[in-house]
Design a protein around this ligand. Structure first.
Ligand code: SF4
Ligand code: SF4
Length: 288
């Protein structure tokens, strides 16, 4: 099970951030704007398990889908912006919009197939659930912080007051009770979808195809490929630009990838050392 976040229909309402905070009783981050955009959270952290990025771009809107079918509302243009006008870079009343668009994207823990955070945790606080998601148990975390630099996405974070780490659990408690995660439930445009990953991947591929047909050539999936450096993500995204634009690593690799070969080399070095000691010992004894 996992998340598909379709950023092309996100309206930046932040209902997902609020629902996540409410359900998981997360402390507030303060309401200060970052000064860089309309973002007042800044990024994912110990107290923000969903983060809606607001990226301002000097690019025409293209055919971004507002998540509403125009035809359903007759002549009423709900968002004051028809697809035709958007393509022409104009508002519905003909005013020039200029070359400007917002990219909005709700980020979250990726619930990696090969999760480095889980690999390095010495206490078993991080574990893989029966749904394939990665959960951290705060009552077992000893605050060593090994998982923080191990995460290739910079997701998991320590709380300043007690040092323990926190991150999205993909609402393990809700899912175990047959409910969908709070963020997906609250999202009014279905930008966040929860379900079996195979189904979500199929839906996402169809959506990208549709966007390409509509002329949104930059639409792409991120984290959907089981053959990537983390074995695919349990939370993947439809993006409208390069991953770097959203602050995502373009080619993430599980940071514990080289651990097995490192252990092999360390084992070989230890055996060589033991062999040397044994030879010296045998030679010394032979001379006596
Ligand atoms: S994104 Fe980071 S915290 Fe989340 S599962 Fe992957 S390695 Fe762990
Ligand atoms: S609730 Fe949905 S539409 Fe609103 S900010 Fe979150 S992802 Fe975007």
């Amino acid at each position: 099970m996992g998340f598909f976040t379709d950023t092309s229909v996100c309206i930046g309402c932040k209902a997902c951030e609020v629902a996540c905070k409410e359900w998981n009783a997360l402390p507030e981050d303060g309401l200060t704007f970052t000064g860089m955009s309309y973002d007042n959270t800044g990024g994912l952290g110990a107290n923000s398990w969903r983060h809606v990025a607001f990226i301002e771009q000097r690019k025409p809107l293209g055919f971004q889908d507002p998540g509403l079918e125009y035809g359903d509302y007759g002549d009423v243009d709900l968002l004051g912006l028809t697809a035709e006008a958007a393509a022409a870079g104009q508002t519905a009343n003909g005013e020039d919009r200029g070359e400007f668009r917002w990219l909005m994207a709700s980020d979250v823990c990726k619930h990696c197939t090969h999760a480095a955070c889980l690999d390095v945790c010495p206490t078993g606080s991080l574990f893989r659930t029966e749904y394939g998601t990665v959960v951290v148990q705060e009552d077992i975390c000893n605050g060593c912080g090994y998982c923080v630099p191990a995460c290739p996405y910079g997701v998991i974070d320590q709380r300043q007051d007690d040092g323990r780490v926190w991150k999205c659990t993909l609402c393990y408690d809700r899912v175990s009770d047959g409910m969908e995660p709070a963020c997906a439930k609250a999202c009014p445009t279905d930008s966040i979808q929860y379900g079996p990953l195979d189904e979500l991947r199929e839906r996402a591929a169809r959506r990208v195809e549709r966007l390409h047909e509509a002329g949104v050539e930059d639409a792409r999936l991120y984290g959907h490929d089981p053959g990537d450096g983390v074995g695919g993500d349990g939370a993947f995204f439809l993006l409208l630009d390069e991953p770097e634009v959203y602050g995502l690593p373009p080619d993430p690799v599980v940071t514990t990838r080289d651990l097995p070969s490192m252990w092999r080399h360390a084992g070989a070095a230890a055996l060589t050392l033991l062999g040397g000691i044994a030879t010296v010992y045998a030679t010394t004894r032979g001379r006596r």
